[in-house]
Design a binder for this molecule. Structure first.
Ligand code: KG4
Ligand code: ZN
Length: 344
C-alpha cells in the first residue's frame, strides 16, 4: 500500500510517499520520496512557534512541498511513480496547533478528492511511537516507550503492535519545552534543545545541583516547570555574570540542567521497564535526538539486559514518514476536523 502522508501539526510542513508492506508483526516501510520544509527561521525571532504564522507558512508551503515531492519521484528512476499514484492519503489530525492542523487536513481532503482515494487521519503521537519501526529493525515486545517532544512527554507501555497505553505524562511543561525555555533564558536561539546539548558538552553536569522533580513520586508522571524555574532563579542571582556572557556559567547551566532532566527521564523509564517486564526500551520525539539522553538510556537498559532502540536521527523531529507509519499501524481517525488535544 502506497501512502501519501501530510504533516502540519507544528512548524514543519512535511510530505512523504511511503510504500508500506508486511503485517503488524513485521511491517516494512520503503520511503519513495520525502520532503520537510522547516519554518524555524520564521519563528526564531519570536523564540517559539507563533500559530498564526505557522498557518500562513503551511498554506504557502503545502503546494510547493507537493511539487518538490513530485520532482523527487521523477528523479528516482527506481520508483517511476507520481504522488497521484498513492493508494490513500494520510494526514495528521492531532495533537497540535489547531490553525496549523486545519491547513493539512483541508489540503489532504482536497487532494484525496482529486486523486479519488480515501483520506484517513493519523495521530501525531502514534507517528512518533512508530518512528522506531522505520529502520526495519526487529523490536521485541512488550516495550516501554519514552516519548519526548516539544509538546509532549509520556511513558507508554506497548504490549503488542495493536495495544499500547499511556502510563504517565508531564503535569506541566514537556521535556523539549523545558530545553527551549532554558535556552531562551540563556539567550540561545530557538529551538533550544540542540543548542543546550552542544554547550552542555563543554560544561560540568555536577556543577549545579538542580532538582530532579517527581523522581521519587512512585508513578510515571513528570514535571519540568520546577526545574526550569530553578534555572531561572540561579541565573537571576548572577545577572552580572550573564551580562558578561560568561561561557563557563552557560555551559555549566546547560550541562547541569540537561543532567537533571535526563536523570528523571531515565530513572522513570527504566523503573517502568522493570515493573512491566519490558523486553525493549524505546525513545522517540524531538528530544530523542539528544545523544546524552540516548547514551544514558542505552547504558541503563544494558545493565538490566533490556534492548534499547531509538529512531534514525532524521526521524526524531516532525516528519511525514512517521505519519505514514501511524496510518498503516496505528488508529484511523476521521478527517472532518482536527483534534488539537488528541492524546495517545
Ligand atoms: O517532535 P518535535 O519535532 O516536535 C513536537 O512534536 O513537539 O520536537 C521538537 C522539540 C523541541 O523542543 C526541540 O528543542 C527538541 O525537540 N529537541 C531537542 C534536541 N533536538 C530537538 N532537545 C534536546 N536535545 C536535542 N538534541
Ligand atoms: Zn512531534
Amino acid at each position: 500500500m502506497r501512502i501519501l502522508a501530510i504533516e502540519t501539526s507544528c512548524d514543519e510542513t512535511a510530505m512523504a510517499l511511503v510504500e508500506c508492506g508486511g503485517d503488524h508483526e513485521e511491517p516494512q516501510f520503503s520511503v519513495l520520496a520525502e520532503v520537510v520544509a522547516s519554518q524555524i527561521e520564521t519563528h526564531r525571532p519570536f523564540g517559539g512557534v507563533v500559530p498564526s504564522l505557522a498557518k500562513r507558512e503551511h498554506l504557502k508551503n503545502l503546494p510547493l512541498v507537493l511539487d518538490e515531492l513530485a520532482e523527487k519521484l521523477k528523479a528516482n528512476p527506481s520508483t517511476l511513480l507520481r504522488a497521484s499514484e498513492a493508494d490513500r492519503i494520510a494526514v495528521t489530525i492531532g495533537p497540535g496547533l489547531e490553525p496549523a492542523l486545519w491547513t493539512g487536513v483541508n489540503f489532504a481532503n482536497e487532494l484525496a478528492q482529486k486523486f479519488g482515494v480515501p483520506c484517513i487521519g493519523a495521530n501525531h503521537l502514534e507517528g512518533h511511537l512508530f518512528s522506531n519501526w522505520l529502520g526495519g529493525k526487529a523490536i521485541t515486545l512488550p516495550a516501554i516507550v519514552l516519548l519526548v517532544s516539544g509538546g509532549h512527554t509520556a511513558l507508554i507501555f506497548m504490549e503488542s503492535m495493536r495495544e499500547w497505553r499511556r502510563l504517565g505524562e508531564t503535569r506541566d511543561d514537556a521535556a523539549g519545552e523545558a530545553f527551549d525555555k532554558v535556552a531562551k533564558m540563556l539567550g540561545l536561539p530557538y529551538p533550544g534543545g540542540p543548542e543546550v546539548e552542544k554547550l552542555a558538552r563543554d560544561g560540568n553536569p555536577s556543577a549545579i545541583a538542580f532538582p530532579r522533580p517527581m523522581l521519587h513520586s512512585g508513578d510515571y508522571y513528570f514535571s519540568f516547570s520546577g526545574l526550569k524555574t530553578s534555572v531561572l532563579y540561579y541565573l537571576r542571582e548572577r545577572p552580572e555574570q550573564l551580562l558578561t556572557n560568561n561561557y563557563q556559567l552557560t555551559t555549566n547551566v546547560c550541562a547541569s540542567f540537561q543532567a537533571a532532566a535526563i536523570d528523571v527521564l531515565c530513572v522513570k523509564a527504566l523503573r517502568a521497564a522493570e515493573e512491566y517486564g519490558a523486553q525493549s526500551l524505546m525513545v522517540c520525539g524531538g528530544v530523542a535526538g539528544n545523544t546524552a539522553l540516548r547514551d544514558a538510556l542505552r547504558a541503563s537498559a544494558a545493565e538490566r539486559g533490556i534492548a534499547f532502540h531509538a529512531p534514525d536521527m532524521r526521524y526524531n523531529t516532525d516528519n511525514a514518514v512517521m505519519i505514514a507509519a501511524a496510518a498503516y499501524l496505528g488508529n484511523e481517525y476521521p478527517t472532518d476536523a482536527p483534534q488539537a488535544n488528541l492524546n495517545i
